[in-house]
Design a binder for this molecule. Sequence first.
Ligand code: PEP
Length: 253
Amino acid sequence: MRKKIVAGNWKMNENLQEGVALAKEINETLKADKPNCGVIICTPFIHLASVAQVLDRNVVELGAENCADKEKGAYTGEVSAAMVKSTGAQYVILGHSERRQYYHETPEILKEKVQLALANGLKVIFCCGETLDEREANKQNEVVKAELDGSVFNLSAEEWKNIVLAYEPIWAIGTGKTATSDQAEEMLAYIRTIVADKYGKEAAEDTTILYGGSCKPSNAAELFAKPNIDGGLIGGASLKAADFKGIIDAWKK
Ligand code: PEP
């Protein structure tokens, strides 16, 4: 049975004190009312070590939002997968469209990052998704397949077990414009078929695939009711404990 997950992506929000307070609030809220799914919060690098101290890992897991494509050395300002792991984090988000778009992360760079993350014992939440122009040209399947082919379909079956996929149509991220549950389901079902082509039906059935893009308490239940949607990667709504909890509670409906 594949794992249901709700993961928060804080992006570049919250200073250290605010981040620790938010993590504590999420942790306390979820300890008081246990979730029906895995919960992960992915924070900026500077929060990781402190947030690690306040989370009960049986309830909330921890992830980074990025890591370097190099192992170690003279790469000023970079943070390696080994450093992320040493904070106590268990996950890292890679391939987010904001990293691809603003920091020019290519499939080749992402392939390196994925390898290093896995080699250092991190699980990877790997994002893929098309732009609005690509969807309007009906190229979404092709784009998503190329992103997976370019960065993660080289992995061994053993390595694949540590991959969570997140489909995030770029036109839905932070725009308030959610993909309909049918659009999301259609893409996630497609992704599952290409995972099955590569790793077999059983592995595909075991792969957690999330939807991301303006997911909120009001639409989460409808999205999560779809058979191929195993949860959400949540940006804006993960910055308020009550909203994040509202999405997590969608698994109880
Ligand atoms: C994201 O950036 O991963 C995301 C899904 O953002 P939002 O929920 O704000 O659209």
